[in-house]
Design a protein around this ligand. Structure first.
Ligand SMILES: *[C@@H]1O[C@H](CO)[C@@H](O)[C@H](O)[C@H]1NC(C)=O
Ligand SMILES: *[C@@H]1O[C@H](CO)[C@@H](O)[C@H](O)[C@H]1NC(C)=O
Ligand SMILES: *[C@@H]1O[C@H](CO)[C@@H](O)[C@H](O)[C@H]1NC(C)=O
Ligand SMILES: *[C@@H]1O[C@H](CO)[C@@H](O)[C@H](O)[C@H]1NC(C)=O
Ligand SMILES: *[C@@H]1O[C@H](CO)[C@@H](O)[C@H](O)[C@H]1NC(C)=O
Length: 681
């Protein structure tokens, strides 16, 4: 992800096919009539019977921390810096030491409020800092949080929890008002009075706040304040406010549901670069990402400037994956971090042991680790089959140690105790052996991805390929020599970019005997002013709104119209001259699934005929289509419906018809992706 070049597989394939014209240069409409009477631009002769099983299944990649997409996004927690751990210079810290932190995103609720950060009487070793709120006896005083750039306030029950104690240690009763207010304090949306009976011990207070009215924007704060008891005041930590979550998980409902709707079969977790951390002490140590929140120290963030809370921890991610109906692809830290340092070979032992413990914790039915999992409320082991060792170990200095010792050390230890698991390597370079699959990553312009898709039929069958990060990230219109930093870098997925991703997915499906999966990356983007580090992203959002991108809709189509078996196809016109891409397969229920992507600026007619006299039927046909006139169109929070697909569960879409011989003719609109599910007559 932090790469500045395409990875090795991508590079090899794009260089091999880089003569392909750029999208802007796609042939214009004039030469081909859109009238149905003209001969088809392409005739597809599709074998009546499948030739191969497809292993291809859609994946999602939860790239933790990036774009405030987990803390501040998928994780439903709305309080920012809830345990006073944020530190503006976190990202640059060279260690993961606790005890720094700040009052960032917190303010006093009145002029007289004295707000201090304290290391005294820590709530826990993991959360050593807390805030002390005091003031003049008769004044009001309090503490307000501004959230991840505001709070969305709707008339639903918010769960509030926080820990408090008496700052002096002496027993005292402090009546506080907790509530949601407009930032200028002119409006109160919800409030409740709690008579806090405080002592020297920390106590947890919990209640439900239900706003009596919704706010018209996100410009709101949460506050805890008191009047008349500020002499004693209160000490507070681990303040949590969450709206109703998705299906009993800790996830924000709109984001979690959008992901559920694409029906991923696999979920790769946790990040990415966030698995590695910016330096070795900041690696994802799973033991700190399970159990009571009070005992989770969190860690230095990899992307954001907010402390990584790990509230959306290992079990929370596994639970979500399960609720999405998917299987995890568990990323295991392999002893390399983003500052280019690798754990030396003779010091790798504890990291390998940690990985084994993690797998026992998730997979065992009995024993010490299963007992620990059960104590956290989960008795059944999780079910998953794939483990990826490391992340992008082709990049930077990682490649110098991965093949030479890190890969084999993890491979052997894991294979010995968990022979049933499929171990995915993050590269095959430099001596990597014994991998059962490789995870390749692909960031490209539309035309690079078209070229890649052209080459996919010629992919070596040596080892299954998982493309667990890919996206069109640059328009290609400015010919940037560096697609990551050039002016063509996209802010949001475009129509043509999404179509390019569709051609790649069609290529993966057509070659589903060797391309096992693919995951768009990154999924989530908090659009707040300083909250995004990487664009474009699948789902963009702020505290209250979310928008589905063009790329999202392609994921939706591929997840909802999967194929199980591949039908070989011959073409009257090669893809590299028609600029129309395809995949044909059966859905396991006797239906043919046809996916057709027209990347031309004008409509094209195509014909689909089955071999061996087989016929298609329109009975019970289903279809899905996304199209648009402007290839650069993008859905954004301010223009969420620039491109919206249509689907139909009854009959063929407009422009599609069956001829008397049971063939299909379709007029594919300009810049369109069309999916059809048709019964065989
Ligand atoms: C962040 O931590 C550094 C020490 O690593 C400290 O010097 C700095 O004051 C802290 N900043 C804030 C806002 O707390
Ligand atoms: C992971 O964290 C736990 C708990 O803080 C610690 O005991 C353990 O040593 C860490 N593992 C490694 C390999 O550093
Ligand atoms: C990009 O390259 C193409 C093909 O060489 C050229 O036609 C086009 O003008 C270039 N665009 C820019 C903005 O330089
Ligand atoms: C964004 O970051 C800049 C620079 O650090 C800062 O001045 C600004 O206040 C921040 N804006 C928000 C809304 O956090
Ligand atoms: C286009 O594809 C055909 C095979 O489908 C191939 O023979 C031809 O070389 C390709 N042309 C270009 C310019 O890549």
């Amino acid at each position: 992800m932090k790469s500045l070049s395409l990875s090795w597989v991508a590079l090899a394939l794009t260089l091999g096919a880089c003569l392909f014209e750029s999208v802007g240069a796609a042939p214009s409409s004039s030469s081909l009539s859109t009238a149905a009477a003209s001969s088809p631009a392409v005739t597809y002769n599709v074998a009546a019977k499948p030739s191969r099983q497809s292993k291809f299944a859609l994946a999602a990649f939860i790239e933790t921390n990036i774009n405030s997409g987990t803390d501040g996004g998928l994780y439903a927690e709305t309080i920012r810096n809830r345990a006073f751990q944020d530190n503006v210079s976190n990202a640059a810290n060279t260690n993961n030491a606790l005890g720094k932190g700040s009052l960032l995103h917190w303010t006093g609720t009145s002029k007289g409020t004295e707000l201090t950060l304290s290391l005294d009487n820590s709530l826990s070793a993991a959360l050593p800092q807390s805030a002390i709120v005091t003031g003049q006896k008769t004044d009001s005083c309090g503490i307000a949080n501004s959230g991840f750039e505001g709070f969305s306030v709707t008339k639903q029950p918010y769960k509030l929890a926080f820990y408090a104690r008496s700052p002096t240690g002496k027993p005292t009763t402090v009546p506080v008002e907790v509530g949601l207010y407009s930032s200028d304090s002119s409006k109160t949306f919800a409030k409740q009075t709690l008579p806090l009976k405080l002592s020297g011990e920390w106590q947890k207070f919990e209640t439900t706040l239900t706003p009596s009215q919704a706010a018209s924007n996100n410009n709101n704060v949460f506050a805890i304040k008191t009047q008349g008891a500020c002499n004693d005041g209160f000490q507070v930590n681990l303040v949590s406010l969450t709206p109703p979550t998705w299906q009993g998980t800790v996830a924000r409902p709109d984001l979690a549901q959008a992901l559920a709707d694409i029906k991923p079969k696999y979920v790769r977790l946790p990040g990415g670069n966030d698995l590695e951390g910016n330096n070795i002490p900041s690696w994802f140590n799973w033991t700190n990402a399970v159990g009571d929140l009070k005992n989770r120290p969190g860690r230095t963030p990899t992307w954001t400037s907010d402390w990584n809370t790990e509230g959306l921890g290992l079990m929370e991610l596994m639970d979500l994956t399960e609720k999405w109906g998917a299987q995890a692809i568990l990323g295991i830290y392999a002893g390399y971090s983003l500052d280019g340092k690798a754990v030396p070979q003779n010091q790798l032992g504890p990291y390998i042991q940690s990985a084994l413990n993690q797998l026992h914790f998730l997979l065992d039915t009995t024993g010490r680790w299963a007992d620990l999992r059960k104590s956290y409320g989960r008795s059944a082991p999780y079910k998953f089959q794939h483990v990826e060792i490391g992340n992008e170990d082709w990049l930077g200095a990682a490649v110098q140690t991965y093949g030479p010792y890190r890969w084999a050390a993890f491979r052997d230890a894991i294979a010995k105790e968990f022979p049933q698991l499929t171990l995915i390597a993050s590269t095959l370079l430099n001596g990597v052996e014994g991998a059962k699959a490789v995870d390749d990553h692909l960031y490209a312009t539309p035309s690079q991805l078209f070229a890649f898709a052209e080459g996919m039929d010629a992919t070596s069958r040596a080892i299954p390929i998982w493309e667990l990060e890919y996206a069109v990230i640059n328009s290609g219109l400015t010919n940037d020599s560096d697609i990551y930093s050039g002016p063509g870098r996209l802010k949001h997925p475009t129509l043509i970019g999404a179509l390019a991703e569709a051609t790649f997915l069609a290529g993966a499906e057509r070659n589903g005997d060797i391309f096992y999966s693919a995951a768009y990356a990154p999924l989530f983007q908090n659009e707040g002013t300083n909250l995004t580090q990487w664009t474009p992203d699948l789902l963009s959002f702020n505290a209250g709104q979310m928008v589905k991108s063009t790329s999202y809709y392609i994921q939706y189509a591929w997840g909802n119209y999967p194929i199980e078996q591949i039908h070989d196809t011959s073409l009257s016109t090669p893809t590299n001259s028609s600029h129309i891409y395809h995949s044909f397969g059966s859905d396991g229920q006797g239906h043919l699934v046809a996916k057709l992507i027209n990347t031309n600026a004008a409509a094209r007619d195509v014909k689909v005929q089955l071999g061996s006299g087989a016929k298609l039927s329109a009975n019970g046909a289903k279809s899905w289509q996304m199209k648009g006139n402007d290839p650069q169109a993008a859905n954004t929070l301010s223009n969420p419906q620039a491109v919206v697909p249509q689907s139909s569960s009854s009959g063929l879409p407009q422009g599609a018809q069956l001829t008397s011989d049971g063939s299909l003719t379709v007029t594919l609109p300009a810049y369109s992706a069309t999916v059809l599910n048709l019964a065989l007559a």
